[in-house]
Ligand binder design. Structure first.
Ligand code: GLN
Length: 453
């Protein structure tokens, strides 16, 4: 814990941590020492972790990357972090993120960009760590924690992991409790870990997962021994390669790596099969209707009365307006406007209902592939390697949304997906492959990820 606290001080330029909690870390580490001395070590004893600042932490400033939550100190602890502390992990602090987890580059945070520890060969240009869990991915990649919590609504665990050469898993919807996590789009949000290896991810997910009656969508199923699953191998498994994921503008290096990944799995005993997921091309536009719709409803609670920031006005409506104008950033306001538009009378059927129908078709595509004997699906995690800070932020927002083309399908269908580093591009930047699994079959993903890693 002390080594990590020292490292944090030297790496503040990355802006990965919003809050550092060194006193709490050392107190937790002392408690861990005692447990070890008594021979009562718990599964994560003494392991220093960072917590994405979307998870409420009792008595510790929680902002969701937004000015509107400035000063908010929850009097409760998220279920996921509670389980990590129960298992002996040590809290180093809270990690930066896109505002309310809306973004793919960590550039929408009200508290500044996160800088990736990676650089292109022979260049000093600063790169994004991905988003929205950019603080988590940068901190793990820069050795500012052993692992981090993250959340994934449309790719926010897998894309930052791919951009930073780390491993990230979005478990099946319902595997982890969302209780105490600031909601973005509740039917898509899931918590999961980012870590440096498949094994570390498996160990962390084992602690984070499990039924919680306080989240009615959390599933009452036993948590498997994920760590044991990583050595299962892929012999006898069928891995699907969806042809619709060969999109225009994808880098040839990523295409090559995708083939290479299939070769590695084949060499380890898997059968590779080309499959079709015909509704893939509708996933991104449908996601960018469903997610803002749910966000506009979830964010209605930030009115200046109950949490964080309050900017006075001449009456209560004026106070709402002033608080929201000062508290919400550009991207969040854009999403609220899109969301309220697609939910409004007259547009509801044309946009929201249609997007929900597409969602069902996407889910069915996957169900049919799995029913035909596919055990897991291999795709690239992202259409490109990490881009430069400022490179896409100022452009058309759709340019940024296109980054999520391979990841949003998984959230729309509620499936588990893992991103595993698979190689470097010609500029020396990490590239990731994604494996998508059957519902509640994270074990196969860990086994296949281990073969690629
Ligand atoms: N980039 C996507 C969005 O902005 C996904 C974010 C996420 O998974 N939290 O909605």
């Amino acid at each position: 814990a002390q080594a990590h606290i020292d490292a944090l001080e030297k790496a503040r330029a990355l802006n990965a941590y919003l809050v550092e909690t060194p006193d709490r870390a050392l107190a937790m580490a002392d408690a861990s020492d005692e447990k070890i001395a008594k021979g009562e070590a718990r599964p994560l004893e003494g392991l220093p972790l960072g917590i994405k600042d979307l998870f409420c932490t009792q008595g510790v400033h929680t902002t969701a990357g937004s000015k509107i939550l400035e000063g908010f100190e929850p009097h409760y602890e998220s279920n996921v972090s509670t389980q990590l502390w129960r298992d002996g992990a040590v809290m180093l602090g809270k990690l930066n993120l896109d505002e309310f987890a809306m973004g793919s580059s960590n550039e929408t945070s009200a508290y500044g960009d996160v800088v990736s520890p990676w650089r292109r060969n022979g260049s000093d240009a600063k790169l994004v760590p991905g988003g929205s869990s950019g603080g988590s991915s940068a901190a793990v990649a820069a050795h500012l924690c052993l692992g981090a919590t993250a959340t994934d609504t449309g790719g926010s665990i897998r894309q930052p992991a791919a951009f930073t050469g780390t491993v990230g898993i979005k478990p099946t919807y319902g595997r982890c409790s969302r209780w105490g996590i600031v909601a973005y789009a509740s039917s898509l949000d899931q918590a999961g870990p980012i870590a440096r290896t498949t094994r570390d991810c498996a160990i962390l997910l084992g602690s984070m997962a499990g039924h919680d009656p306080r989240d009615t969508t959390s599933v009452d199923m036993p948590v498997p021994d994920f760590e044991a699953a990583i050595s299962r191998g892929v012999k006898g498994l069928t891995i699907g390669i969806p042809r619709e994921y060969r999109v225009d503008g994808m880098s040839p290096e990523i295409l090559k790596l995708w083939d290479q990944g299939a070769e590695w799995l084949k060499a380890a005993g898997a059968t590779i099969k080309e499959i079709s997921l015909p509704h893939t091309k509708y996933a991104l536009p449908a996601y960018y209707i469903v997610a803002p719709a749910e966000a506009s409803s979830n964010l209605a609670r930030y009115d200046g009365v109950r949490y964080g920031l309050r900017v006075p006005g001449k009456d209560i409506a004026g106070m709402y307006e002033n608080t929201r104008a000062a508290g919400f950033g550009r991207e969040v306001r854009r999403r609220i406007m899109i969301g309220t538009y697609v939910l409004s009378a007259g547009y509801y059927d044309a946009y929201y209902v249609r997007a929900q129908r597409i969602r069902t078709l996407i889910k069915r595509d996957f169900e049919e592939a799995y029913a035909a004997g596919v055990d897991a699906i291999l795709t690239p995690a992202t259409p490109s390697a990490a881009f430069g800070i400022g490179e896409k932020a100022s452009a058309d927002p759709v340019e940024m949304y296109l980054n999520d083309v391979f990841t949003v399908t998984v959230n729309m269908a509620g499936l588990p997906g893992i991103s595993v580093p698979a190689g470097l591009d010609a500029q020396g930047l990490p590239l990731g492959l994604q494996l998508i699994g059957r519902p509640f079959d994270e074990e196969t993903l860990f086994a296949a990820s281990q073969v690629i890693e």
